[in-house]
Ligand binder design. Sequence first.
Ligand SMILES: [Zn+2]
Ligand SMILES: [Zn+2]
Length: 359
Amino acid sequence: MKLAARIAVGALALALAAGAGAYAFRRDLGDVAFARAAQHTVGRDRAAELPDGLHIYLCGTGGPMPDAARSGPCLGVLAGQRAFVFDIGSGGMRRLGRMGFPMARLERVYLTHLHSDHFDGLGELMLQAWVGGGRHAPLSVAGPEGVAEVVAGFNQAYRIDSGFRTAHHGADVADPAGYGAVAETLTIPPEGAVVFREGEFTITAIPAHHAPASPAFSFRIDYRGRSVAISGDTASNPRFARLSEGVDVMLHEALSREQVSVMERAARARAQPGLAKILLDIPGYHTTPMEAARLAHEARARTLFLYHLVPPPRARLFNAAFLADAPQLYDGPIRIGEDGMLITLAAGEDAVRVTNALR
Ligand SMILES: [Zn+2]
Ligand SMILES: [Zn+2]
């Protein structure tokens, strides 16, 4: 046998022996790996390790359509060390947890509007903020007229479970005074209004175009010279471009009219008139990627991220078809939002950094 072949056979034998050894000790190896991972992650405040600035957690980039890779609409916002959530769609809470969002510092949830896909994760968030966050006062949930009814429903639905938690963990951990949420109704005039201001931190809201789901709001957040605008659900709205003037990041919902129309024809061909009607109705109160690109151009936004994607692109292969001519309408970068993206806008810098916080 030639030398090279002997080395190859030797290496293979060694690899097999190592593999057999690892297999024999797989339980011990698993114990060691698990203990190391737990020491690294359990109770760690990953958000405290971030630089001072504005951080946006893409905890849900999907819309109402089911998608394995995308939760319902959800954005976490960290301004300095103050934490907020804008919409909490189904699965959003689990993403926030995986991304290291500081639930213990969550101050308020803002609901852009009362379509259920934007709040169907609220119960889970309320529970995690309460027990996981050690709250001693209910969570504030701000939203349009009707938010009090939504919050009252969640408070009632989780009441029995909350009693079990307090009985099991004690009132120090699951303080009954901190259970649930309190609603704050936002009334926003046509010209918009500041809904939160403290030092160099401001949140501004304007009405969005999403009838019959009205009122609906879009938001802009400014913190220490960095800024992000959040469209919520809306048909293309020139006022949102004005609100977004010069922002570092415009986060815009996006619906591909062409792809929804293909789906509508498919539904009709399968004799599903109900589904076809829904698919026919929805483009009217959403914004296409091309319209979003035009708004980002008008606003001179530095970057455009699309979220609330309808239909959600199943793989990156479909991104170009989803965007259609959008890249020709806006000079800046357009990113198709993915669950787990953490956008970092450090104070005193210009950079827009994107990392995958699910890793
Ligand atoms: Zn929606
Ligand atoms: Zn909606």
